[in-house]
Design a protein around this ligand. Structure first.
Ligand code: DLZ
Length: 156
C-alpha cells in the first residue's frame, strides 16, 4: 500500500487557533490521533492555550460540536477526529457519508475550515496502521489544519 501525502510546509502556528472535536467511540485509537495532532501543532509553535479539545460520544455527534465551535468564530480551523470501523451493518457507511458531507457544509457556511479526520477502516489492523503505524494520519490531519488555518487567516 502506498500513500502520497503532501510534503510538509513550514508554517508558523504561534498565532493560530484550533478546535478539536474528537469521538470517544474506539477511544484508544482516537486518543492516539489526538496525541499526534497535538504534537504536530506544538512543533509548529501553536501554544497549548490556542487549542481547545471537545469530546463527543461517537463520530455521529462530531458535526454538531464542529458546527457550534465554528460558529464562535474563535478558531482558524476545526479538526474532527474519529475512527469508524466497519461492522456487520451499514451503520458505519451511513455515519461516514453523513459526517463527511456535513463537515464540508459547516466549513462553507461558517468560513472556518474543517479537517475531516474521521478514519473509516475495515478492521482494527487498518486502524492500527493509520493511527500508530507508518501512515501517520494524525500528523497529516494536523499539517492540513495548519495549512488551511493559514488560508483562513489570509482570506477571512
Ligand atoms: C454506534 C456506533 C458504531 C456501531 N460504530 C461506531 C464507530 O465505528 N465509530 C464511531 O465513532 N462511532 C460509532 N458508533 C457510535 C455513533 O457514532 C453514535 O455515537 C451513536 O450512534 C449515537 O448517536
Amino acid at each position: 500500500m502506498s500513500f502520497h501525502a503532501p510534503e510538509p510546509l513550514k508554517i508558523d502556528g504561534s498565532e493560530l487557533y484550533f478546535g478539536i472535536v474528537a469521538a470517544r467511540y474506539n477511544g484508544a485509537y482516537v486518543d492516539a490521533l489526538i496525541e499526534r495532532v497535538s504534537a504536530v501543532l506544538k512543533e509548529a509553535g501553536v501554544p497549548r492555550a490556542n487549542v481547545r479539545l471537545e469530546r463527543v460520544p461517537g463520530s455521529n455527534e462530531i458535526p454538531y460540536l464542529a458546527t457550534m465551535m465554528a460558529a464562535t468564530r474563535q478558531y482558524d480551523c476545526i479538526i474532527a477526529l474519529g475512527v469508524i470501523i466497519r461492522g456487520g451493518t451499514a451503520h458505519d457507511e451511513v455515519i461516514a457519508h453523513s459526517t463527511a458531507s456535513i463537515l464540508h457544509r459547516v466549513a462553507m457556511q461558517t468560513e472556518c475550515p474543517v479537517i475531516n479526520g474521521i478514519l473509516t477502516v475495515n478492521n482494527t489492523e487498518q486502524a492500527e496502521e493509520r493511527v500508530n503505524g507508518h501512515a501517520d494520519r494524525g500528523g497529516e490531519f494536523a499539517r492540513a489544519a495548519l495549512e488551511m488555518a493559514r488560508h483562513k487567516v489570509n482570506y477571512v
